[in-house]
Design a protein around this ligand. Structure first.
Ligand code: NAD
Length: 265
């Protein structure tokens, strides 16, 4: 059995992970960490049967006492960076969905994992449909280089734009190379009206109650547009990717960035 510790176990994603791991043969939740809900049973919190796993706040002790193999983290950017460091120092493989970890910090953690030879996964989006959306966007950008990204999320999300939108813009920028893209905006009458820009690609973030995680990439060409859209309509959509990550990090020697690396190689 793959022994999994869930950090952020009381959060929206963490509870989903506790359910998914508990329902998957060959793996189980042996520890749960969330400072907000210490003492509560992780299974009860997740709406399933009691697991006999009390939520705690001392990650390092939990990892060592449970001899965990994998840590799944859905917390906050600041907490996740520290949790990854603790996991690597304990020889535990991190599978991380938390978004907003600054690039330099993530690069440093990847280097640390390489030095230690410990596999891991940091994925801004665990939904297979979203991974395909980014893949298709990369293909489209070769032929239709003018593109803008609109991402839409629930209004409790802390970071903007989403990690998926940033990653999508990187994919488009790489695929279109030096292709010239005309944008004649000279005057933004309202700050941010044209969104944020990454490598010349405009990203627009919508935050509303009722949404989960959605993204549309719109390409424009002569007399035509092409829209590629993905919708996560429930958090269950992320779980097959998380389960795949838990299984596959055992074969890796360092942290990889993006579920696409595990799917497409
Ligand atoms: P949430 O606020 O519901 O849950 C976060 C939980 O982390 C909270 O319960 C909080 O108490 C806990 N926490 C904070 N600091 C901690 C620490 N040091 N150790 C352990 N737990 C700690 O948030 P959420 O909606 O579950 O999202 C969590 C993260 O996952 C966000 O960054 C979000 O963007 C990301 N996310 C990623 C994907 C993906 O596919 N990669 C999908 C959805 C959400």
């Amino acid at each position: 059995m793959i022994k999994v510790v869930v950090t952020g176990a009381a959060g929206r994603m963490g509870r989903e992970v506790v359910r998914a791991v508990s329902n998957t043969p060959g793996m189980g939740v042996v520890g749960a960490v969330d400072p907000g809900h210490a003492g509560e049973d992780a299974g009860v919190l997740a709406g399933i049967k009691p697991l006999g796993v009390a939520v705690r706040s001392d990650l390092e002790n939990v990892l060592r006492e449970t001899a965990a193999e994998v840590m799944v983290d859905f917390t906050t950017a600041k907490a996740a960076a520290e949790n990854i460091r603790v996991a690597l120092n304990c020889g535990v493989r991190p599978v991380v969905g938390t978004t907003g970890i600054p690039k330099e910090e993530l690069d440093g953690l990847i280097r640390l994992s390489r030095e230690k030879g410990i596999g891991g996964l940091v994925a801004p989006n665990f939904a297979i449909g979203a991974v395909l959306m980014m893949y298709f966007a990369g293909i489209a950008a070769r032929y239709l280089p003018a593109a803008e990204v609109i991402e839409l999320h629930h209004n409790q999300k802390l970071d903007a734009p989403s990690g998926t939108a940033l990653k999508t813009a990187e994919v488009i920028a790489t695929a279109r190379g030096e292709a010239a893209v005309e944008d004649r905006t000279e005057l933004e009458k309202l700050d941010g009206a044209r969104g944020g820009t990454l490598e010349g690609i405009r990203i627009h973030s919508v935050r509303l109650p009722g949404l989960v995680a959605h993204q549309e990439v719109i390409f424009g060409g002569l007399g035509q547009t092409l829209s590629i859209r993905h919708d996560s309509i429930s958090r269950e959509s992320f779980m097959p990717g998380v389960i795949m990550g838990i299984k596959k990090v055992r074969e890796l020697q360092e942290i990889v960035h993006g579920l696409d690396k595990l799917i497409f190689g």
